[in-house]
Ligand binder design. Structure first.
Ligand SMILES: [Ca+2]
Length: 476
């Protein structure tokens, strides 16, 4: 999985000239904006004809847009585990948990293992102030909360906004938390985007004089069939409540960027804008993953390939596009390198992709293979332009409309982003090579059972989140 040593030595020398060793005289601030279930085709700058996203489009014009950037999962919990640890979800035990299933449920005994080292912990050790604002979804038990995983400050709902009380489930009203306390049960979901944005800006203002890492993890467009938006955005878009939510996310981005400008932090702040997985299937359709095939919660391209925009004035070339394969698992090693922070002493799956972010001529993806897991099952493998769907006989949600798929399907993703023309019969040697790569993943990361390189999820002996006294709701 490692790139050719000589090539990377070359990059290292080149980067050494740009980046003073061991880190920066002035480490860059990092603002990471993550949306929930927003599709590849939901932004104007990615081809949406439905949504007006001028602020995100401007961010792309001032930064770099990635067209082959993957989440490590089609669903929330595993995707976020990969983003924060730099590992495949299966490696950190969160591809599938009992009794939760494919994502953690409220009051789960499971969570990201406290011994896992998150991006926040990496940066905190390098002197960064750290905040997580918004959706967490890596465990709601106190020992799994963001404040136990490297974030100095937390404000948000620790799981999905659709996990509200319902018959047969012992779920509390949605808990809005500040650090480790519930400050409001059942907050108005229409106001979440605006509240998160105000909190994020206030926190940046408070930490403007030191390097900071802000993880703004929006709840929207989210997991309901009727996404939420502030009254000022309701009914304003051409795409119903979904479009209203997307356009408010864009407005929020504009406010954050304006705050960075006002605080004089624009130049020395890396802004990263992405989504945790593709837009799920709705009838009629809401989010779009065009021109990719498939929907969120699957291992089709539209389920796992998501927008990524990186802006860093003077470093990341403005108005450029990167078509090389990168993934959410690269954020930890790449940002650690940019912050001059050492990597955790654990096996990681992501790569330091600074050459691709910085637009170094000739830079190529460091991935020999990328693996598409759904739950703890290996569904597909990509290498270069080729994607091989593996035969799936079991009845779990499948790559195509829930039907079992019993044969090998080989697609050339550059020529066939829709995954329509099966070339397995024409390219048996490619099939053979990808099957060998798949077998390596089965051994290391597992397929239905943990592989030899997998670590356990965190497990609490009691269920943490109980409906208790509410402290005074915070202003804003
Ligand atoms: Ca999601």
């Amino acid at each position: 999985m490692k790139p050719a040593g000589a090539v990377w030595l070359g990059w290292g020398l080149l980067l050494g000239a740009v980046f003073p060793s061991p880190g920066w005289a002035e480490p860059p601030n990092i603002v990471l904006i993550l949306c929930d279930n927003l599709g590849y085709g939901d932004l104007s700058c990615y081809g949406s004809q439905l949504h007006r996203t001028p602020h995100v489009d401007a961010l792309a014009a001032q930064g770099r847009r990635f067209t082959h950037f993957y989440s490590a999962s089609g669903v929330c919990t595993p995707s976020r585990a990969a983003l924060l640890t730099g590992c495949y979800p299966a490696r950190v035990g969160l591809a599938w948990t009992e009794p939760d299933g494919w994502v953690l449920r409220p009051r789960s005994p499971n969570g990201l293992h406290p011994q896992e080292v998150t991006l926040a912990e990496v940066l905190k050790r390098a002197g960064y102030a750290t905040a997580c604002i918004g959706k967490w979804h890596l465990g709601d038990h106190p020992r799994f909360l963001p404040t136990r995983q490297g974030f100095d400050y937390y404000f948000g709902i620790p799981y999905s906004e659709d996990m509200t009380p319902r018959p047969g489930r012992n779920w509390p009203p949605l808990p809005l938390m500040e650090n480790e306390r519930v400050v409001q049960w059942g907050p108005d979901r229409n106001l979440l985007t605006a509240r998160y944005t105000r909190r994020a800006i206030r926190w940046m203002e408070q930490h403007r004089h030191r390097p900071f890492f802000l993880f703004l993890s929006h709840a929207m467009p989210g997991s309901t069939t009727r996404p939420f938006a502030s009254p000022a955005f309701q009914g304003r878009s051409a795409n119903g409540p979904y479009g209203d939510a997307v356009e408010e996310l864009d407005h929020s981005t504009g406010q954050l960027l304006a705050a960075l400008r006002r605080l004089g932090l624009e130049k020395n702040t890396i802004v990263i804008w992405t989504s945790d997985n593709g837009a799920p299937r709705r009838r009629p359709p809401q989010g779009r993953n065009t021109p990719l095939s498939g929907w969120g919660y699957t291992t089709m391209e539209g389920g796992m390939r998501v927008p990524l925009i990186v802006r860093w004035p003077g470093h990341v070339p403005a108005g450029t596009v990167c078509d090389e394969l990168t993934t959410m698992m690269d954020l930890l090693p790449t940002l650690a390198a940019l912050a001059g922070a050492p990597l955790p002493p654990r096996k990681l799956d992501g790569h330091d992709v600074r050459p691709l972010w910085l637009g170094t001529p000739g830079a190529r993806t460091p991935y020999r293979a990328f693996y598409y897991y759904h739950t703890n099952r290996l569904y597909a493998v990509r290498s270069g332009p080729w994607k091989l769907h593996l035969p799936i006989a079991h009845p779990r949600r499948n790559t195509r409309d829930g039907r079992p798929m019993d044969k090998l399907l080989l697609y050339h993703l550059q020529r066939d982003p829709q995954e329509k023309h099966n070339l397995a019969a024409q390219y048996p040697e490619v099939v053979k090579r990808l099957l060998q790569l798949a077998q390596q993943a089965r051994v290391e990361l597992g397929d239905g059972a943990p592989g030899r390189g997998c670590r356990a999820a965190g497990r609490a002996s009691w269920r943490g989140l109980h409906r208790g006294p509410v402290v005074a709701p915070p202003p804003g």
